[in-house]
Ligand binder design. Structure first.
Ligand code: GAP
Length: 515
């Protein structure tokens, strides 16, 4: 549950994303399509850079991980085998007065989140009271009021997990009634029964109605990896442990689509399945938890903004699962899932296809179906995490303020704005020479409109890490002023040294070394 400041920050994120060409509502001229978004000229670059940062971290830094690009359409039996036809459902409930539809589990989780927020408020108050010596962990574990709130947050979630596990939908409804959860729109508790609703989008392949085959738009990219396991293993002569990575679109008919690009009907995933020897999967699970968190931390969004959330309810195919949660403007929410999926998927595809999906282990001299650790992150969610964390309002020393988008430089859509102080006296020509020098290794932007201060502000709001100003002295000293977006410090750099000065600061390879 977000407080007012968080809500304001979220509103700023939405309007800034639109104003600066990052994210637009899909088909906006037709009043938009709910929970579907388009990425604008800056958004597409940021998204591409995030995808690339993930891709290089997976496939370039790990010799035993390779990538694929499977089709979105897959044989329909894929989804029978994976369990999506039978069990990829959300429990839905309608309020009879407002006619609004909700996910029953989300209603209960939101109810619990309110108590978490109450507990955190108490902790924050105590931190102010006690000062530097304050031990927040100890306070959470010993203060009766905080413990009470946390218990109230924990217990319903645990009961919900048990009820969903037992497929007891009447029990879920009874829990909503017992907690006296009201419809946020009508304020009433006039609820329908809870029903399951499949999230896959169906479509048809083929020209005529009688011969057409029913297909699904893939709801996750992972299955494209499983069905190609043997192709990649054999043609790449891969030895266990090894991984297959993939990025691509996924589609889900989300009923409660909200929170901007956080939950969409068409979105992109970046998934990696790591195939390991049975019995070693829990060790690898820990390894991948650590590796993924190191990837996140390398971007500098602040380690305090991430936390692991171990699953109370394990899916039937998993023997360990955790989420990496991020502090979005509307609170800590799932950004990435790490799952130990056992041999469930490969075995299911063996059964449904009649083909063996096994690995011959020369050391053990036997065949086995590998176990799988999966890391799965939503590209759009990562975009939102980075964008919302980077958007800051700052009050400057002279009392003025600025809006700055402090994107990690390696991911910023434009690395440098090239600014001739005036539109004459040969300064634009020098600016274009600089562009011709830099454009081979980075995106740069030419801007000659308005006073230099306004151009700096525009570049700040756009997330551009460097401004390069060409002034009258440039003609004599062959140097330019380079302004740093975050510190606003300025340095005089010789034009011949510019590339060497900026490149290491914005190059992905340099940032990847921080992992
Ligand atoms: N193969 C495993 C899998 O798909 P998931 O938890 O359903 O697991 C993985 O999804 C990630 O995909 C999530 O952590 C989230 O980042 C992203 N994701 C899931 N549904 C989404 C949606 N409707 N909109 C945007 N991102 C979504």
């Amino acid at each position: 549950m977000a407080n007012n400041n968080d809500t304001d920050q979220f509103k700023k994120v939405l309007s800034h994303a639109k104003e600066y060409g990052y994210v637009f509502q899909s088909s906006e001229i037709y009043d938009g399509l709910q929970a579907v978004y388009d990425y604008g000229q800056n958004g597409v670059e940021l998204k591409k850079n995030i995808r690339e940062y993930w891709w290089q971290a997976m496939t370039q830094l790990n010799q035993e991980i390779v990538g694929i690009d499977a089709a979105i359409f897959m044989h329909p039996t894929t989804w029978k085998a994976s369990g999506h036809v039978d069990a990829f459902n959300d429990p839905l409930i309608d309020n009879k007065d407002s006619k609004k539809r909700y996910r029953a589990d989300v209603l209960i989780e939101d109810y619990c989140e309110k108590y978490v927020q109450k507990a955190e408020k108490e902790v924050a108050k105590a931190a102010k009271r006690f000062g530097d010596d304050f031990d927040a962990v100890m306070y959470r574990e010993t203060n009766p009021r905080v413990m009470g709130y946390l218990q109230k947050a924990k217990e319903p979630v645990e009961r919900l997990a048990r009820l969903l596990e037992a497929e007891d939908l009447a029990g879920v409804k009874a829990l909503i009634e017992e907690l006296e959860i009201k419809c946020p729109v009508s304020g009433s508790m006039n609820w329908t029964d809870v029903r399951q609703f499949n999230l896959m989008f169906g479509t048809k392949l083929g020209a005529s109605a009688d011969t057409a085959t029913d297909l699904y738009l893939r709801p996750e990219t992972a299955q494209g990896i499983f069905v190609n396991f043997l192709n990649v293993q054999k043609t790449g002569r891969m030895k266990i442990p090894f991984g297959i990575a993939q990025t691509g679109k996924a589609f889900r008919n989300e009923i409660v689509a909200r929170q901007f690009i956080f939950r969409q009907r068409e979105f992109e995933q970046m998934e990696m399945q790591y195939f390991v020897k049975p019995g070693t999967e829990l060790e690898w699970f820990e390894v991948w938890k650590e590796r993924r968190m190191a990837w996140h931390n390398s971007l500098g969004l602040g380690s305090e903004n991430y936390r692991f959330h171990d699953h109370e309810k394990l899916a039937h195919y998993a023997n360990a699962a955790t989420d990496i949660e991020f502090k979005f403007p509307f609170g800590f929410k799932e950004l990435e899932g790490i799952h130990s999926r056992t041999d469930f998927d490969l075995k299911a595809h063996e059964e449904h296809s009649g083909k063996k999906l096994q690995f011959f282990d020369h050391e053990e001299n036997k065949n086995y179906v590998p176990y799988v650790i999966e890391t799965s992150i939503g590209l759009d969610r990562m975009f939102l995490a980075i964008f919302s964390n980077s958007l800051q309002d700052e009050t400057l020393e002279d009392g003025s303020s600025r809006t700055v988008l402090k994107l990690p430089a390696a991911l910023a859509p434009v690395k440098a704005a090239i600014l001739p102080l005036l539109k004459k006296d040969g300064l634009p020509e020098i600016a274009h020479e600089i562009i011709n020098e830099l454009k081979w290794s980075m995106n740069v932007l030419y801007d000659e409109k308005d006073a230099i201060g306004r151009r700096y502000r525009r570049a700040d709001a756009n997330g551009t890490p460097y401004c390069i100003t060409i002034d009258h002295d440039t003609k004599d000293d062959h140097a330019v002023t380079v302004r740093d977006r975050d510190t606003m410090t300025q340095e005089r750099i010789a034009i011949k040294d510019l590339k060497a000065y900026i490149e290491p600061k914005v190059q992905m390879s340099e940032w990847l070394k921080r992992i």
